[in-house]
Design a protein around this ligand. Structure first.
Ligand SMILES: [Zn+2]
Length: 282
């Protein structure tokens, strides 16, 4: 018998190959079916009304298996799906090191600051949005809200998860900045933006003139808007802004096109961690 994969990406690739090119990937079905090969399978995937976490992996001691729990307060099907993927990742990669299981908050599910959270996030991202398929969807197109929505719908994930996948896949200099109440909560940057040292610290006030700072007005243009140097950064930027319908959050995709694109093959030596997290608040 072949040995099991040892990294989150290898696990995701194995399952994606078995599942085939059908989207969205049904995490529920895969977790319940595939884990039957282990002596401690996933026996239940259920809602658990515990406000402090988004999802959890919990041992079922009497029955000798595990339950994947998710918070019924999550209103978006995409966030639930991604959360299930994340917990299924903890099951495959981490359960032997964590007999008490995991409880994951919203920031953990999208990567968090701890190694195991990042690994579970990476697994969910590669399981639900295989990189080759994602790149085929985007191609050479400019990222717009409509294109991002297409990706989120195809993979059954939130706009935020799709935006972070795009960051990982692009050779452009780009960042995703999540803000609430006028201040930056957290963000991530593409490999090219990390090289250019573009950085928006947690707690930074949203810049005057940015689309995100104008959230009280009309809806932002879906194709984004070109902003001059000095608004977000010392270089010109195109901002695509999304006003999330919960928690008064804004998500800004910032694309610094005048930095150019990394040459083909740029990811070969950095595929394990292409997306750099800055300013993640815990
Ligand atoms: Zn987690």
């Amino acid at each position: 018998m072949r040995s099991d994969p040892t990294t989150p990406c290898a696990w995701a690739n194995t399952l994606v190959t078995m599942w085939g090119p059908r989207f969205p990937v049904d995490v529920r079905q895969i977790a319940l079916e595939y884990s039957k090969r282990f002596s401690d399978p996933v026996l239940d995937i259920i809602e658990a009304p515990v406000p402090s976490f988004e999802g959890a992996l919990a041992p079922l001691k009497k029955r000798g298996g595990w339950a994947i729990l998710y918070n019924p307060g999550i209103r978006s099907a995409g966030r639930i799906n991604y959360t299930l993927g994340h917990e299924w990742g903890h099951y495959l990669c981490h359960r032997q090191q964590a007999p008490a299981g995991f409880e994951c908050g919203e920031s953990d599910v999208l990567g968090g600051s701890r190694q195991q959270e990042r690994e579970a996030d990476k697994f969910a991202s590669y399981l639900l949005m295989p990189l080759t398929d994602f790149r085929a969807q985007v191609g050479k197109q400019c990222m717009t809200l409509d294109l991002l929505k297409h990706c989120a719908d195809r993979y059954g994930v939130s706009l935020t998860a799709a935006a972070l996948k795009w960051l990982e896949s692009t050779g452009l200099c780009a960042a995703v900045v999540v803000a609430t109440n006028g201040f930056v909560l957290w963000g991530r940057r593409s490999a090219a933006a990390a090289r250019a040292r573009i950085f928006f610290p947690s707690g930074m006030e949203l810049p005057q003139g940015s689309l995100a700072a104008g959230s009280g007005g009309s809806s932002p243009p879906p194709e984004g808007q070109d902003l001059p140097p000095g608004v977000w950064w010392k270089r010109p930027v195109r901002e695509v802004a999304i006003f999330a319908d919960h928690y008064e959050m804004t998500i800004s995709l910032l694309i610094f096109e005048d930095y150019g694109v990394l040459p083909d093959g740029w990811e070969d030596d950095e595929v394990e961690d292409t997306v750099d997290r800055f300013a993640l608040r815990k």
